[in-house]
Design a protein around this ligand. Sequence first.
Ligand code: CA
Length: 234
Amino acid sequence: MPHAAPRLLLVEDEVRIAEFVLPALSAAGFGVAHVKEGASALAAALSGEYELVILDVMLPILSGFEVLAKIREAGNAIPVILLSARSELPDRLQGFQLGADDYLPKPFFVEELIARVRAVLLRRAGNESPEMTVGEFTLNKLSYNGTWRGTVAPLSQREFGLVECLMRSPNRIFSRQQILKIVWGINFNPETNVVDVCIQRVRKKLNRQAGDGKPFPIETIRGVGYRFRMEEGD
Ligand code: CA
């Protein structure tokens, strides 16, 4: 897939902890971004730019528990490892009930955090079904086929990456710049229309049965970007 190194999001308000965790994660080969409070953490976790979140529980604005609950409410399954000084059993259980993948009590050794990050990413890769389905759209990671309402078509790696990026956060609007960054690894290029061309190709390949009027789920949001529509009951 497009990212060479898995990109992690560290959410930690204590500078002292961030200062020893960030360099260790980078040295272990991860790309890491750091935010210090819950509201930015939620936005970043839902951005589609990261593959795992290391989330402190005691945070300003929104707690780690609240951030985790909102991530899962949004239908987003990004792996989350909770960090907390509150290592009492009820807290851990609450974390797992909210959908945490792992829970590491403070204080911790950074080597253990790295081992847990690797284990969670591996477990996720191993358990992940080769098929991802939202509504009537299915993406197969082994065959690179997309299926929509009975039409099956092979997708290129970029087309697949683009659809996967949108599908992972249904109904979230992605700008062209965000899509370029996530799928192409390009930071800023206002001149290119590769995203639009790629979307058109996917629609052409799969949107062959327009007869019953059901609109293709990848929508253009004029002047903003694109989103993968998920309807209630999907
Ligand atoms: Ca904290």
